[in-house]
Design a protein around this ligand. Structure first.
Ligand code: HAM
Length: 409
């Protein structure tokens, strides 16, 4: 039998309704903040992610679905949205025409990670990127917008952590301090961290194995005066509008971040980031554009849904239409369409089955009423209406059917 690929899922109702609900909620908030939708391609040149997400990141090193196409192009199925947004921004010349842009995107991302609860190989991200504004107001705006979506959707019990990773002036100093500190314990670091120590020492703080033991004793970042003033203002703007905690250990797993970074975390499990993001003030320049500041985030739809917990239940169809004879099928079908056109949730049409089979299906659909059409009824231009809860039934005229049914449901 055909089989699902490990780490991928089929999502049925009612779970699939959660996604629609979250997407609608996000769209509503995006429009309040003036963000416009950007629909991105699923496939990009592999090089795009190597250059932007970063060569030393887990995403690029281990998790990318990359392949060569028939034209010998090296492609990748997107593991995240930010590089595509920046590519689209540059390629469509927004730099010249309208440098300040607020984009949002909704789409599936792909990472060949080890599947576990809350971690999938195909997952949905809802993301936002605010390009062209270096002011702390942009940082506060995107963080509060994220809070508005998560809160409106109804996710509870999450913590907001923020940090500043400084800029090209202050980070190299910290990098060296960290290398000096961590080198003393090099032998005890996990295999990955021994490599990170040389290439990207900040990532050691983020390591699931080694990270925790450095809490409280690792030297913290000394920001340059500009970065400190920027971070202070971000915090001042957020104060009173959102509960947050400054966490010097929050470093994020992607290479392009500078200054403000943040995570919304739920629960105690390791896959606890329901949404995350930060500034990437040098990425656009590194990708060949002019120096352009930017900040953004992406939420993992599955994780935000998990953080809310409950699932909306689909209201059952109100009416189930049964045909007792082949000669009644067409009229029965037309009635179904007429009821739907009048805004009444209607099921039926299993006319290949006998009346018992059709009534069983009405039961499965949890319909409130059955409308039963037989040759007798059709000759009299009537139909039998049966209350499926009480078993009561009566005949009603076909020409008043929609009005009569509307009174009931
Ligand atoms: P990220 O931290 O890699 O950042 O992913 C953002 C969110 O996507 C995570 O917080 C998590 O909720 C969700 N996520 C990531 N991997 C998985 C997975 N395997 N299964 C389920 N959910 C997952 C980014 O992707 C950046 N592009 C965010 C950003 C936008 N930064 C600036 N702008």
């Amino acid at each position: 039998m055909a089989k699902l690929v490990r780490g991928f899922r089929d999502i049925f109702e009612p779970q699939s309704k959660n996604f629609t609900e979250l997407e609608n909620c996000a769209r509503g908030v995006f429009s309040l903040y003036g963000f416009s939708e950007l629909r991105l391609p699923t496939v990009e040149l592999k090089e795009l992610f190597i250059k932007s997400t970063g060569e030393t990141t887990d995403i690029v090193q281990k998790e990318m679905y990359a392949f060569e196409d028939a034209g010998h192009r090296q492609l990748a199925i997107r593991p995240e949205g930010t590089p595509g947004v920046v590519r689209a921004y540059l390629e469509n010349n927004f730099v010249q025409n309208a440098p300040v842009q607020k984009f949002y995107y909704i789409g599936n991302m792909f990472r060949a990670e080890r599947p576990q609860a809350g971690r999938y190989r195909e997952f949905e991200q809802i993301g936002a990127e605010y390009i062209g504004n270096s002011a702390p107001a942009a940082d506060a705006e995107v963080i509060l917008m994220l809070k508005d979506i998560v809160q409106r959707f109804g996710a509870k019990n999450y913590k907001v952590k923020i940090n500043s990773l400084g800029c090209d002036k202050c980070r190299p100093l910290y990098r060296q301090t960290l290398i000096d500190f961590l080198s003393k314990e090099k032998e005890t670091l996990c295999e990955n961290c021994q490599v990170r120590l040389e290439k990207n020492p900040l990532r050691v703080l983020d390591c699931k194995i080694d990270g925790a033991r450095f809490i409280g004793r690792v030297p913290t970042m000394q920001l340059c005066p500009e970065c400190q003033a920027h971070f202070d203002e971000v915090q001042a703007l957020l104060k009173g509008k959102i509960d947050f905690e400054v966490d010097p250990m929050l470093v994020r797993g992607l290479d392009y971040y500078s200054r403000t970074v943040f995570e919304f975390q739920a629960g105690d499990v390791s896959q606890n980031a329901i949404a995350a993001g930060g500034r990437y003030d040098t990425l656009i320049k590194n990708m060949g554009g002019p120096a352009t500041p930017a900040i953004g985030w992406a939420m993992g739809a599955e994780r935000v849904i998990m953080a809310r917990g409950d699932v909306p239940v689909q209201a059952p169809a109100a009416i189930y239409v049964v045909s007792m004879d082949a000669s009644c099928n067409q009229t029965a079908f037309n009635l179904m369409q007429a009821l739907r056109a009048a805004g009444i949730r209607t099921e039926g049409g299993l006319f290949d089955k006998n009346i018992k089979g059709q009534m069983k299906q009405a039961d499965r659909c949890q319909a409130s009423y059955a409308l039963i059409l037989g040759t007798d009824e059709l000759a009299a231009q009537e139909i039998t209406l049966k209350n499926l809860e009480t078993g009561e039934q009566k005949r009603i005229a076909l020409n008043t059917l929609t009005e009569e049914v509307k009174k009931l449901v």
